[in-house]
Design a protein around this ligand. Structure first.
Ligand code: FMN
Length: 147
């Protein structure tokens, strides 16, 4: 079974976590085995990254930038980017914001990981049912990309 990682940071109100769960639902519906990892609770162990066939990244807008834990992931990844299985992955991105949303301009940082699938999904505040459906569809699209 192909494994998918949904790596996100959620801390304030659980908004990004709700989006992550919807993306995971889409991935699962395509038959992938999904790991949801909130980097706010625990640093992601980079040694496990190679086993995932695809990854969805989710971050809140913090001062117009990624959450620090997501930047830490990228820093960890960079040091091990040449290990087998750590690069060239299909990936998708989603983000939550409070009305500014300038984090959108920084999401290209993830492009080093591999090939983007779909467009980044942004949401202001509590995700609406429409946003959650779009997140689920993004998960489906990401899942299809590795089958
Ligand atoms: C430290 C901090 C900085 C923030 N900076 C911004 C910002 O610059 N622009 C913006 O639109 N929202 C900003 N926000 C709002 C969050 O992005 C928004 O509330 C988000 O939905 C929180 O996601 P979460 O509930 O998953 O933690 C900030 C929130 C925090 C806690």
């Amino acid at each position: 079974m192909i494994k998918a990682l949904v790596l996100y940071h959620s801390q304030q109100s659980g908004n990004t976590a709700k989006m992550a769960e919807a993306v995971a639902e889409g991935l699962k519906s395509e038959g992938l085995e999904v790991t949801l990892h909130n980097a706010n609770e625990r640093r992601f162990p980079l040694s496990e990254f190679s086993k995932y066939g695809c990854v969805a990244f989710g971050t809140p807008d913090y001062f117009g930038y990624l959450a620090g834990t997501m930047k830490t992931f990228l820093d960890d990844w960079y040091l091990q980017r040449n290990q087998p299985g750590n690069s060239g992955k299909p990936y998708a991105v989603f983000y939550s914001h409070g009305g500014g949303g300038r984090v959108k301009d920084t999401l290209t940082l993830f492009s080093r990981i591999g090939t983007i699938v779909g467009d980044p999904i942004g949401s202001r505040g509590v995700p609406t049912p429409e946003v959650l459906e779009a997140c689920k569809q993004l998960g489906i699209k990401l899942g299809k990309s590795v089958k």
